[in-house]
Ligand binder design. Structure first.
Ligand SMILES: Nc1ncnc2c1ncn2[C@@H]1O[C@H](COP(=O)(O)OP(=O)(O)O)[C@@H](O)[C@H]1O
Ligand SMILES: N[C@@H](CCOP(=O)(O)O)C(=O)O
Length: 292
């Protein structure tokens, strides 16, 4: 049996729209079992998720390798669907990794990133899902340029996952088509400076910038009302900043490890519809294991 393990990801990290992302310690695992006559996907997502060649993982694999031989697959995941934690990117990387193995493609991690970004449209989830850690990336429509962003290791992520789903497609449809020149300059300067501050462990500057996104959060605020509520709660504590994870609706507060429990308790007291988790950076990224 072959097992592919891919982490969840949180994209944007505030002002880094479509460019910054970090891998988190929730995982999708895809087990590849024996060859079969037709594709069989065993999962516990419920009846609305296909269990045959129409399953997203198989369909994605067949887009890349239409003649791939069917196998019995088992998918296990603690990454919730359509919550802004990159479930579709993790599934996509699992699919491409399966093609890599079954079709002997010899894709490097960089090849995977280029193909995955073409399929996903933006690199900020797929890059950290492949490499682990935090990544900054830019896709010009043809090529992805990327570099690791070394976060201070003491940072962790208090993560509120609402009970409701929000498809990324719907949250992207809420975005403006254009951004005025002056605002674009500010938005990109905020993002650049946040990246430099995080890389330099300059927490004071990171704290001043992480909630200053000008690209997407305001346009999406009505789709994820918990963002404003959790920000208010978090501002009463010693946190670094709170942002909309990916397209939402998950809300993440970046905190020093030692401050996490106090914030989780405060969020839980607000009794919002959802659950709070204390997540950490996954530094490994996607891995493939061959078991007997
Ligand atoms: N493990 C999986 N198996 C099959 N399809 C999946 C899986 N994970 C995600 N998907 C597909 O991706 C959709 C969610 O993607 P998206 O709206 O981009 O949200 P997010 O990536 O933030 O979780 C799901 O509704 C489902 O169609
Ligand atoms: N930059 C994208 C990230 C989408 O992430 P997801 O986890 O919600 O799929 C966006 O903000 O649309």
């Amino acid at each position: 049996m072959i097992t592919i393990k891919v982490p969840a990801t949180s994209a944007n990290i505030g002002p880094g729209f479509d460019s910054l992302g970090v891998a988190l310690n929730l995982y999708l695992t895809l087990e590849i079992h024996e060859p079969t006559d037709t594709w069989e996907v065993i999962h516990d997502y419920g009846d609305s998720m296909p269990s045959d060649q129409n399953n997203f993982i198989v369909a994605t694999a067949l887009r890349i390798a239409p003649l791939l031989k069917p196998h019995r697959l088992v998918v296990k995941s603690d990454i919730p669907l359509a919550r802004g934690l990159g479930s579709s990117s993790s599934a996509l990387i699992a699919a491409l990794s399966m093609v890599n193995i079954l079709d002997n493609k010899h894709y490097t991690q960089d090849d995977l990133l280029q193909i995955a970004t073409k399929l996903e449209g933006h690199p900020d989830n797929v890059a950290p899902a492949i490499f682990g850690g935090a990544v900054a990336a830019f896709y010009d429509g043809t090529t992805v340029f990327h570099a690791p962003l070394h976060f201070p290791e003491s940072l962790s992520f208090v993560t509120f996952i609402p009970d409701y789903q929000l498809l990324t497609e719907k949250a992207r449809a809420a975005l403006p088509e254009t951004l005025e020149f002056k605002q674009s300059v500010a938005a990109s300067a905020i993002s650049n400076t946040l990246v430099a501050a995080l890389a330099a462990n300059n927490i004071k500057t990171a704290r001043q910038l992480i909630e200053q996104d000008q690209f997407h959060e305001e346009a999406r605020a009505h789709l994820a009302p918990e963002l404003a509520i959790i920000r208010r709660i978090a501002h009463q504590q010693n946190i670094i900043g709170t942002y909309l994870s990916g397209a939402g609706p998950t809300i993440i507060s970046v905190v020093d490890e030692t401050e996490a429990q106090q914030l989780m308790t405060a969020i839980d007291l607000a009794q919002l519809p959802g659950k709070t988790y204390h997540l950490h950076t996954d530094f490994t990224g996607s891995i493939v294991q061959t078991n007997d």
